[in-house]
Each structure stands twice: as structure tokens, then as C-alpha cells.
Design a protein around this ligand. Sequence first.
Ligand code: HXC
Ligand code: NAP
Length: 267
Amino acid sequence: MTFTSDALAGRVALITGGGSGIGFGIAKAMAAAGAKLVLASRNAERLDAAVKELTGLGAEVIAVQADVRNYEAVEHAVARAVEAFGSLDIVIANAAGNFVVPAAEMSPNAWKTVIDIDLNGTYFCARASHAALKASSFGGRFIAISTTRALEGWPGCAHAGAAKAGIMSLIRTLCGEWGKDGIRCNTIAPGAIGDTEGVKRIYEDAGRKELELSSIPLGEFGRTADIANAAVFLCSDAGSYVTGADIVVDGGRNRSRSSTGVAVPAK
Ligand code: HXC
Ligand code: NAP
């Protein structure tokens, strides 16, 4: 299923981590719905490859090399979007880092690294883009990609779980503060998305694929397109009255768990 080719016509979207995985899926779907794109992440080769593929599909897209832990770099990415396309209407704070390590064995710098990328990076994106989103003629959209695991604890990934829970709180605050500016602020909370490196590394390579699948009522991992479709909906006119929401896209896993949960260590 796809949206109409003009569902996001005239909008400019900045997607952090837009060169791979879920971010790239969102980029493809937004381009197909008529948005112009700015992809921002650290790896220039990855960005170049993504720009090439999207351009081949007919998209208008530029890339900006930026580490979301660096506020000035994020500000520069926002400025480049406005400079290149004249406005910035949509920001998808998608960039993240994660790896499996039990909390008691995690180094302080490992903790700090993930908090810096996921939580601080999301705040930096919001702070740097507020003025541009407020000026959007469509009503700005700020979407952070969270995870359902933030709602329940995440053995093996304490840093990412805490960062994503912080992101969910941040978005509630921004919803309250930025409604008057016309900016809709939401999270999308994916479950396990099968066509990503993360699920391969964290579940499949760790021998946990079958266990994870058994916890999903729909019986299969999600696809990047499932998350992309939620993002297009939220950023289109059809999503204009939705703000402060966590859009859970997880095949029912989160809602179907018992109160004791399946708290199986990830390693
Ligand atoms: C323990 C680790 C570690 C590991 C890194 N560290 N990997 N500790 N186990 N596997 C520690 C390092 O030893 C170091 O601490 C600190 O973390 C920083 O590591 P660096 O390599 O210097 O960091 P950096 O180069 O900035 O890279 C960031 C990164 C990296 C997060 C560590 O993995 C990365 O760039 N990831 C981006 C891609 C990614 O993670 N995608 C997943 C997205 S989320 P010390 O103390 O030694 O200095 C996702 C969710 C899946 O996929 C959900 C499934 C349901
Ligand atoms: P991914 O392919 O590894 O994507 C992560 C992206 O973030 C990469 O493009 C990476 O690009 C970028 N990035 C990482 N650190 C960065 C930094 N410091 N500054 C700028 N960009 C940075 O992972 P994914 O699976 O698509 O995950 C995307 C989002 O979905 C994340 O927020 C993740 O937590 C969330 N999520 C994923 C799943 C899943 O099943 N995969 C489930 C729940 C939630 P560079 O290397 O070029 O910087």
C-alpha cells in the first residue's frame, strides 16, 4: 500500500540516519509522496549511496554530513535544508546507536555514547529546528523514532531503553509547548523490524529470533515500510490533529504481553 504521490507535496523533510534501515525506508516513502529530502548522518559514503538511489527514483534530495551529538552540526543541517529548498516542514529524529551489553558490565562511556546519540541527539534536532518548523506553512511535524522496549524495560540494552523512554517524555513536553506554534510532535515506536541490521544483530545473531517471533501476535517481524507508512500519515494533512501520540507499530507485541513480561536477557 502506498499514499498518493502528492500526500506530502511541497514539504521538505530532514531525516537523521536517513541513509539506512528505517530512516531510508521513511525517505523512500516520503519521496514517493512528493516531499523533498535532506538526509543527515555521519558516514558520507552511506549518504551518497542513498542520495543516488533516491535520485534514481525521481526524488529531490541532498545529504548533509552531521553527527547528531554535535549541536552545531545539527544546526548546519537545518540551515542547509532551508537554504536548498526554502523551508523545513518535517523533522524525523531517527538516528540511533545500540548494542547489547548487560548494565552491570557496561562502561560509563558506552552508556554516555548511546544517551548522547539517541536522547541528546533528538533534543538537539528539536531545538535546532523549532524556528523553521514554526514557520512551516503546513504546520510543522517533529517525529522521534522510539521503540516499544522503552515502555517495558530492555534487558541487555539499558542505555537505549532509557534514552528512548526519555525521548517519549521529551515529545510529550514538546507537544505541550509547541502546539501553539502549529508543530505536531509524535513518536513512532517500532517493534522488531525484520529488514534491518539491528534485528539481525540483536535478535537473529544472538539466537533469539524464534523467541521474539513467538511474542508477536501477528507472527512476523515488521518491515521498514510499516514504519514509513506511519510517518507519512503523521506528516500528511490526514495526521494534522495528531500530536503527543506514541504510534505503536509492533504487530501487537506490546499490548499482548502478560504483566510479568518476557524479561529475557538479550544475551
Ligand atoms: C560493549 C561497547 C560496544 C559493545 C561499543 N561499546 N560497542 N560496549 N559492547 N558491543 C562501547 C565502547 O567500548 C566505548 O566505550 C563506547 O561504547 C563508545 O564506542 P565507540 O565505538 O567509540 O563509539 P562510536 O564510534 O561513537 O559509535 C557509536 C556506536 C556504534 C553506538 C557504539 O555502534 C554505532 O555507530 N552505531 C550506529 C548503528 C546502530 O547502532 N544502529 C542500531 C540502531 S538502534 P569505552 O569505555 O571503551 O570508551 C536499533 C534498535 C534495534 O537497531 C531494536 C531491535 C528491536
Ligand atoms: P540503522 O540502520 O543502524 O540506522 C541508524 C542510523 O543512524 C544510521 O543511518 C546511522 O548513519 C545513523 N547514526 C547513528 N549514529 C549517528 C550519529 N551519531 N549522528 C548521526 N547519525 C547517526 O538502524 P535502524 O534499525 O534503521 O534504526 C532506526 C531507528 O529505529 C532508531 O532510532 C532505532 O532505535 C529505531 N528502532 C529500530 C528497530 C528495529 O527493529 N530495527 C526497532 C525499534 C526502534 P551513520 O552511520 O551514517 O551515522
